[in-house]
Design a binder for this molecule. Structure first.
Ligand code: GAR
Length: 208
């Protein structure tokens, strides 16, 4: 990467705890990148407050002010391009991206999802895992393609499910793993150590 700073654009809709984990990782110099823009589709997202508190550029774009999903997403693309974003990270962004958005940043959009994909894609992944009765779940960082949580897997963390778990307890246990997995996956991408071979991602060793 040399000295050129790697620019992250982050899309959020809510709490923003993964966003905070990424910011913390940058502050600790474990992740050599810069967040040049955080975009939210929700005005009241606590994630936006977190940006203001830490001086990170952020913007709320109201979906209701645009003619439709394609038009809204093109506005997002415009903002991200204006900030020369190298990688788009979805961090609790609860809106599906249009094909236009995905082709604008092909191979440069990643997401974190609270299950071991391809199990339990979509909404309420933790509840889906409990309802199904699996004994392990976890989280997945993956590339975003046109499907719902279907893109190539980059990294996963496994979390046990206990008999006493409810949705909240399991979500919390998974979330703790998300907070270390997401910055680690971004770091590995920033270092150019993730190679895509078909659907598989191959991780090159550090200093190799
Ligand atoms: C996280 O658990 C993330 O994995 C999940 O939403 C939560 C956002 O929390 N994302 C999805 O379910 C995407 N389909 P955060 O706003 O505190 O990072």
């Amino acid at each position: 990467m040399g000295n050129k700073s790697f620019k992250l654009g982050i899309l959020v809709s809510g709490r923003g705890s993964n966003l905070s984990a990424i910011m913390d990782s940058i502050d600790r110099k474990e992740l050599n990148a810069e967040i040049t823009l955080v975009l939210s589709n929700k005005k009241e997202a606590p994630a936006l407050q977190k940006c203001r508190a830490r001086g990170i550029p952020s913007l709320f774009l109201d979906p209701k002010s645009y003619g439709g999903k394609a038009e809204y997403d093109l506005a997002l693309v415009k903002e991200l391009r204006a900030k020369s974003v190298d990688l788009v990270c979805l961090a609790g962004y609860m809106k599906l991206l249009s094909d236009e958005f995905i082709s604008s940043f092909r191979g440069k959009i990643i997401n974190i999802h609270p299950s071991l994909l391809p199990s339990f894609p979509g909404l309420s992944a933790q509840k889906q895992a409990l309802d199904y009765g699996v004994k392990f779940s976890g989280c997945t960082v993956h590339f975003v393609d046109e499907g719902i949580d279907t893109g190539p897997v980059i990294m996963q963390s496994v979390v046990p499910i206990y008999d006493a778990d409810d949705e909240e307890k399991l979500s919390q246990r998974i979330l703790e793993q998300e907070h270390s997995l997401y910055p680690k996956a971004i770091h590995t991408l920033v270092e150019g150590r993730i190679q895509l071979e078909g659907r598989r991602t191959i991780q090159k060793a550090e200093n190799s």
